[in-house]
Ligand binder design. Structure first.
Ligand SMILES: [Zn+2]
Length: 503
């Protein structure tokens, strides 16, 4: 076991013998940063939910993108980018009098990028990111095959759900986290196959119940007490979720009642020799979070079907041999790469799709044996790569992920800001003119007019303006809950605290 000092936080960190064997196998030097600083650096390269209206530099049209309008590189709508009818810039040769990063920067600044991450069609769902095959959705992220949903993260095959995290095959759910197969469930987490209920935690097959923890196959339960149908219906009258004041009281009662149990269960299911949290059907994975069907991994998060990988964040899907990579799917043997798909044997590449044997490339599609986007013969490529790596070892660049300055996003827009916040000292901001206080919202949802969506309110938590969507107000009416009085961002942050994360 080695215990080097992290070059960033100056704390010692462990490199086990198994880690060393992995680094030898992947032919990379030992990492200079501790696992936490490596993760923080990688997460600065992923912006899931900060969206901007900006110009598509190919068509000139205004598009919704996760890249800010003032980004220093061209941004194309993904459909335009995928056509690859544009000329992709390249650098002529490798200059051994310069560092890799100096040269890569040049390419990085002039190569067109995709406007956001999409996987499949999006129908009337342009305010989304990292989504595929969703219809009529708004502000949903990392989600697939959803319909009529708003404000989801990791929503899979859901309809009519609002403000949920990690939700699968569910309908009419609101403010739920980690739920599967649920219907008309509200303010609940870690539940399966439950319906017409609110404030449940760790429940399975529960119907018509409120304020329950850890019950199974039950109906008409209140505060974990089984009641008759009549008694239940009578007693729940007291809890008015359709009133803001009533909802606040209910939340307080739930907080008091549920405080006696842990917030989240420790989940490692059908797995062998694993450590971390939220691990399903995996083997020999240590320090991994939210993974399924993974094997021989360490420091892997939010991934499925990933093998033999270290320091990897999202997505996997038939992926193996990832080292220091983020936002990758269907790839094999990648090192230090960001947002690459369907590719093999890449190093230091960004936004490359269906590529093979490339080094230091940006925005390429279906390319092979390229360095700084320039094509070489196989022999030339192999000889030059060996020389470049030698050079980069001398300059101290080889073996480390890109530094944050190479992210397409400012730190504050990235996932790193969610988990390692910087510069968040909340300043009290005076409410701008023309913006309404949330105190002016009606207490009862029945009194909320749909034209409230024309007004702008001020979020007391984020200290920023926010709006309701007309469809959102309709949803609250349908499920009978009062309007929330904080913005999506504040609601998101509160839910995100329930998602397992190592730090
Ligand atoms: Zn560190």
């Amino acid at each position: 076991m080695l215990t080097p000092t992290c070059a960033r936080c100056q704390e010692p960190f462990e490199i086990t013998e198994a880690d060393q064997a992995y680094y030898v196998k992947r032919q990379v030097p030992l990492p200079k940063f501790c696992p936490k600083d490596r993760l923080k650096r990688r997460l600065a390269f992923r912006n899931e939910r900060k969206l901007y209206a900006r110009k598509c530099d190919a068509s000139g049209k205004i598009i919704i993108s996760n890249v800010r309008p003032d980004a220093p590189f061209p941004v194309y709508h993904t459909d335009e980018w995928q056509k690859q009818t544009h000329e992709v810039p390249q650098l002529e040769g490798f200059d051994f009098n310069k560092t890799f990063r100096q040269q890569f920067r040049e390419l990085w600044l002039k190569t067109p990028r995709m406007h956001k991450a999409t996987a499949g069609n999006e129908e009337n769902s342009e305010y989304s990111n990292h989504c595929g095959n969703c219809r009529n959705c708004y502000f949903i992220f990392n989600s697939e095959e959803d319909q009529d949903c708003m404000y989801l993260k990791f929503g899979d095959k859901c309809s009519d759900c609002v403000d949920c995290h990690n939700i699968i095959l569910s309908q009419l759910c609101y403010e739920c986290v980690n739920v599967k197969n649920c219907y008309n469930l509200k303010f609940s987490d870690d539940c399966e196959s439950s319906s017409d209920s609110a404030f449940l935690r760790n429940c399975r097959s529960v119907k018509n119940s409120m304020f329950c923890y850890g019950i199974d196959h039950q109906e008409y339960c209140l505060f974990n007490e089984k009641l008759s149908k009549e008694e239940y219906q009578k007693r729940i009258q007291e809890f008015r979720l359709d009133s803001y004041a009533g909802l606040e009281t209910a939340k307080k009662r739930w907080e008091e009642f549920s405080a006696q149990w842990p917030k989240m269960r420790h989940i490692i299911l059908n797995s062998e020799n694993c450590s971390g949290e939220s691990i399903y059907n995996s083997k020999n994975c240590s320090d991994c979070f939210t993974i399924s069907n993974c094997e021989d991994c360490r420091y892997v998060l939010n991934s499925v079907d990933t093998k033999d990988s270290y320091d990897f964040f999202a997505y996997g899907m038939k992926t193996a041999l990832m080292y220091e990579c983020i936002t990758i799917a269907n790839c094999y043997d990648l090192k230090f790469c960001n947002y690459c798909m369907y590719s093999n044997s890449l190093e230091y590449c960004e936004s490359c799709w269906s590529c093979e044997d490339c080094f230091g490339c940006v925005g390429l599609k279906k390319a092979k044996f390229c360095i700084f986007n320039k094509k070489y013969s196989e022999e030339e490529y192999k000889a030059l790569i060996a020389k470049i790596k030698e050079h980069m070892i001398k300059t101290g660049e080889y073996g480390e992920f890109f530094p944050e300055e190479f992210s397409a996003f400012p730190y504050e827009d990235s996932l790193a800001q969610d988990y390692f916040p910087m510069g968040t000292e909340q300043k009290q901001v005076a409410m701008p003119e023309g913006i309404l206080s949330v105190d002016q919202l009606p207490d009862l949802i029945a009194h909320a007019e749909l034209n409230l969506s024309d007004q702008i309110f001020f979020c007391p938590v984020e200290q920023k303006p926010f709006k309701f969507q007309a469809n959102e107000i309709k949803f609250y009416k349908k499920v009978g809950v009062a309007l929330p009085r904080v913005s999506f961002e504040a609601r998101y942050r509160r839910r995100n605290q329930l998602i397992p994360f190592p730090y």
